[in-house]
Write a protein that binds this ligand. Structure first.
Ligand SMILES: [Zn+2]
Length: 205
């Protein structure tokens, strides 16, 4: 889920302690070149610019997300500062190469694995649900940066639609159900609510 960011962007934006998503995947036992599918939650720079690290992947993206970033509003500073225009341009090349799968709404990826459009944080943000022996795990990405967002219905300031963000909180909790197995996009507390295998790697199921 998600491509993370490329080192160039990490450096340009002063991100400290950058670790390549490709290196993390490798540490988890998968060669980056063998990754066949990347479910892209949204196209903010920190979730998309790492796509180059996965040279064989097909990228699943909501069509509303692509429409937004190629549409008339994204050029305004409030939005464009969150994106990398060159990396967005790569969508065309990747699409012509058969490596972009545009989806709309809720779609099955594999048995027990689904993407769900929720919007809110961005126009086409999608979350991911995975059925596990412990219950359904919901990977929220930036639909809920931290646990407090979804648990206290506390929106973030980076949004395209506040009503969609609030509805997304409901969707996340409905999908997770009683198990409450929710993985926010940017919360270090995931390491304590799930099982930290080694620094930076957390077992979710
Ligand atoms: Zn984001």
């Amino acid at each position: 889920v998600d491509a993370g960011c490329h080192e160039e962007d990490a450096t340009a934006r002063g991100l400290r302690n950058y670790v390549s998503p490709a290196a993390m995947v490798e540490r988890a036992g998968v060669r980056p070149a063998d990754v066949g599918t990347v479910l892209v939650s949204h196209l903010h720079w920190d979730h998309w610019t790492g796509h180059r690290l996965f040279p064989a992947a097909e990228f699943w993206i909501q069509q509303d997300e692509v429409a937004f970033w190629t549409g008339p509003v994204a050029r305004f500073d409030v939005y464009r500062q969150l994106a990398n225009a060159a990396a967005l341009g790569e969508l065309v090349r990747l699409s012509y190469g058969g490596r972009v799968r545009l989806v709309a709404g809720e779609r099955p990826v594999l048995p027990g694995l689904r993407v769900h459009w929720v919007g809110g944080h961005t126009a086409g943000l999608q979350i991911v649900s995975v059925e596990t022996a412990k219950g359904t795990v919901v990977l929220t990405s930036d639909a809920s940066h931290f646990y407090r967002n979804v648990e206290r219905r506390q929106p973030t300031q980076i949004i395209t639609s506040l009503p969609q963000m609030l509805a997304a909180f409901e969707t996340i909790q409905a999908l997770a159900g009683a198990s409450g197995l929710i993985v926010p996009g940017h919360d270090p507390e995931v390491a304590s609510r799930f099982v930290a295998v080694e620094p930076g790697i957390i077992r979710l199921a």
